[in-house]
Design a protein around this ligand. Structure first.
Ligand SMILES: NC(=O)C1=CN([C@@H]2O[C@H](COP(=O)(O)OP(=O)(O)OC[C@H]3O[C@@H](n4cnc5c(N)ncnc54)[C@H](OP(=O)(O)O)[C@@H]3O)[C@@H](O)[C@H]2O)C=CC1
Ligand SMILES: O=C(CO)COP(=O)(O)O
Length: 380
């Protein structure tokens, strides 16, 4: 076990922590966040739909299905009855994959206190509507303040106590500005912060959430090129140009470019694009090695949100009129039957562009068909 370097440190204003928090979703990230809250001294109850998982949390402080070999704080209690988990909770975190956020938020709205803040911890954009996860939840949660938690946070490392940082974002009301210590963002950040977890706050939900959705798609791209045998230069190019796509979409939707340079943007992008611990990167890698989709992850049903996000992100970009060439390439391979080598060769051979894109310059000297064909052959 690695001991966090800050063990024993006390945290200012911890009295403004929430005393009771409900975590909805007992997968890997829900369990890791619940463990983080419990470790901070918050009374934490976690809801899951699988009785076996919940029984194991209660009887053995483990969730071996989602976080094998990780010992959870003994104060964490598990429940399959959502009304029990939300009863008396001062705040709630919803931590299920993005396609389930709407359904789960609707159920939460039946049981949660009428004003409690709810943080969405899923990364994605809703298919069809193009809504951010907090916008989806907002439609289901009546008057409750809705925010999110996002950042470079592999669940297992977080649960093992490796120092980890993330951003908590909620809209800041006029009152929050007068008394920031009372705002849901600050109180939840304080509730999560402990010797191995440090939370920052933001009011830029668009910037934070676009980071989480776009990085999923860029990680698939990085995995594909790594799987095809390319190395660090290629990955660095995709990360950097992926960041440019993230920044353009966030700004087009009203987010701030500085947010994209933070934990939920470049932080998560660099983490997810660097390691096959990421399910998105791992999928890309297997496809890049020529493994058929159905046979990836040995045929196991692993949630890879970048697959759906490739469509939802590019749909949104097309709607607001910005180009996202890497995300479009991933979409064309995953959903439109494009051949991986040819699609990346086309991406590479695009006309020269300006960096940054704000210069709005394009030098129209596309590569020849022969160049594209030879590049495609190298990647395949
Ligand atoms: N894992 C990570 O490192 C991180 C994940 N995230 C984000 O967290 C979110 C959750 O991912 P993660 O925990 O990893 O996923 P997991 O696959 O580990 O777990 C998902 C959990 O959600 C439950 N679930 C799925 N659909 C529903 C539903 N309709 N109703 C109730 N429960 C449901 C699953 O239940 P069951 O097991 O019964 O199917 C499972 O407990 C994702 O959006 C991901 O991007 C964010 C940061 C880090
Ligand atoms: O979001 C994550 C880390 O911050 C987890 O990424 P994956 O969903 O690709 O596993």
């Amino acid at each position: 076990m690695i001991h966090a370097p800050l063990a024993g440190t006390s945290y200012p204003n911890s009295s403004r922590r929430y005393e009771k928090v409900a975590v909805i979703g007992a997968g890997s990230w829900g369990t890791a966040l619940a463990a983080t809250l419990a470790k901070s001294g918050v009374e934490t109850r976690i809801w899951g739909r699988d009785q076996i998982v919940i029984d194991e949390i209660n009887a053995g402080s483990m969730n071996s299905r989602h976080l094998p070999d990780v010992l959870l704080p003994s104060s964490l209690t598990g429940h399959t009855d959502m009304s029990q988990v939300l009863d008396g909770a001062e705040a709630a975190l919803i931590v299920v994959p993005s396609p389930s956020i709407r359904d789960v938020a609707r159920i939460v709205s039946h049981f949660a206190g009428p004003q409690i803040p709810v943080a969405i911890c899923a990364k994605g954009i809703e298919s069809g509507t193009g809504l951010l996860m907090t916008q989806v939840a907002d439609e289901e949660l009546d008057t409750r303040p809705v925010g999110c938690v996002s950042g470079p946070t592999f669940a297992r490392e977080t649960a093992l106590g490796h120092p980890t940082a993330a951003t908590v974002a909620f809209p800041f009301s006029h009152l929050d500005r007068l008394k920031p210590g009372e705002s849901p963002a600050v109180r939840l950040a304080m509730s999560l912060t402990n010797e191995s977890f440090r939370a920052y706050v933001s009011d830029d939900l668009v910037g934070v959430e676009i980071g989480g959705a776009v990085k999923n798609v860029i990680a698939v791209a990085c995995g594909m090129m790594t799987g095809a045998g390319f190395a660090e230069n290629t990955r660095a190019a995709l990360i950097t140009r992926g960041l440019d796509e993230m920044k353009a979409l966030a700004e087009a939707l009203g987010g701030r470019r500085e947010t994209v340079t933070g934990l939920s943007g470049i932080g998560d992008l660099s983490l997810t694009c660097s390691s096959p611990t990421s399910r998105n990167m791992a999928l890309g890698q297997q496809l890049g090695q020529g493994i058929e989709r159905e046979k990836c992850f040995d045929g196991m049903p692993v949630v890879v949100e970048g697959e759906a996000n490739a469509v939802s992100v590019t749909d949104l970009a097309r709607r607001v009129g910005i180009t996202m060439p890497i995300c479009e390439t991933v979409r064309s391979i995953l959903h439109d039957g494009a051949e991986l080598g040819g699609a990346f060769a086309e991406l590479w051979a695009r006309p020269i562009e300006a960096e940054p894109r704000a210069m709005d310059v394009a030098f129209m000297h596309p590569a020849s068909d022969e160049d594209i064909a030879s590049l495609a052959e190298r990647i395949s």
